[in-house]
Write a protein that binds this ligand. Structure first.
Ligand SMILES: [Zn+2]
Length: 292
């Protein structure tokens, strides 16, 4: 594998991972669950623990609503029981998935009628977490792959087994989550995709006036908004929060001369273009490398 096609692997740092779950308009019950999950995971946090943070957050959110208590008050035993609930033949945590989905539906995170499917950012994260890859080939006899939640439930079961109530009550506060970042771009926002012998270079443009030179990209939680020079906001599905943040790492802030990181906050300005891996690319794909 050609290394230049990958960025220096971006660590999944806990404050940044919390930030993806906490847009500025996050509801308090959800924010409480994220904060408590981060507090419980912080001592053992490692790169690749994103699914564990998300699974524990959904578990706490669900138990809090089932028991009518704040996520911070959910007992360790209740978490352990939920995480070790009934599995299906492939080891998927079916009972946990079903309980979470039921609460998300009750709390209005998803609605479907005959013609429309509406979901909140929280429900989108749940879908990603429980997604199981399946071959598109209709005659394939390959089964569905495991979801991220399956691995995470196993890891969390091990972690929580080592914790008792006294320790859990005395943990330091969770870190402060990374806040939103606005990336002001003087040039264009390019979307990069490549693979096999092909590659694509597209740019983001305003859905209203089609302007595509100059504008800004706001990452707030897992939501991304492109605002053109005339102030129109566009949500382009090809732009994703993780890839925009990872795309910042090769750039140096013109204002401070400091290299940007995925954990950038506030406002940063880029003198030229911003190149971002398109949503179909691996999250760590290098948008500067390879074909262009
Ligand atoms: Zn516009």
């Amino acid at each position: 594998m050609n290394r230049q096609h990958f960025t220096v692997p971006t660590e999944q740092q806990l404050p940044v991972e919390m930030g993806y779950l906490l847009p500025t308009n996050a509801l308090q019950d959800w924010a409480d669950a994220v904060t408590r999950a981060a507090q419980l995971l912080a001592p053992a946090w490692g790169d690749g623990d994103r699914p564990a943070l998300r699974t524990l957050t959904f578990t706490l959110y669900t138990l809090g609503h089932e028991h009518g208590q704040p996520a911070g008050d959910v007992a360790l035993d209740a978490m352990r029981d939920a995480l070790s609930g009934r599995k299906d033949y492939d080891g998927e945590p079916m009972e946990l998935k079903d309980r979470i989905r039921a609460v998300l539906e009750t709390q209005g995170h998803v609605s479907h009628t005959d013609r429309t499917f509406k979901e909140t950012a929280v429900y989108r994260i749940y879908r990603d977490l429980t997604y199981q890859w399946e071959p598109r080939e209709i005659m394939s006899d390959m089964g569905a792959g495991p979801s991220h939640m399956q691995h995470a439930a196993g890891r969390l079961t091990g972690l929580l087994a080592e914790l008792d109530d006294v320790q859990a009550a005395g943990l330091p506060a969770a870190p402060t989550p990374t806040g939103p970042v606005t990336v002001k771009v003087a040039g264009k926002v390019f979307l990069i995709s490549y693979g096999g012998g092909g590659a694509a270079l597209q740019f983001v443009q305003c859905g209203e006036c089609e302007q595509h030179h100059g504008g800004s990209v706001l990452v707030d939680g897992s939501n991304v908004t492109f605002t053109c020079g005339n102030g129109h906001a566009t949500n382009d599905r090809r732009l994703t929060a993780t890839r925009v943040r990872n795309a910042l790492t090769p750039y140096v802030s013109p204002a401070t001369g400091v290299q940007l990181t995925a954990g950038a906050e506030g406002e940063v300005s880029l003198g030229g273009d911003l190149r971002v891996a398109r949503d179909d690319m691996m999250e760590t794909a290098n948008p500067l490398g390879g074909y262009f």
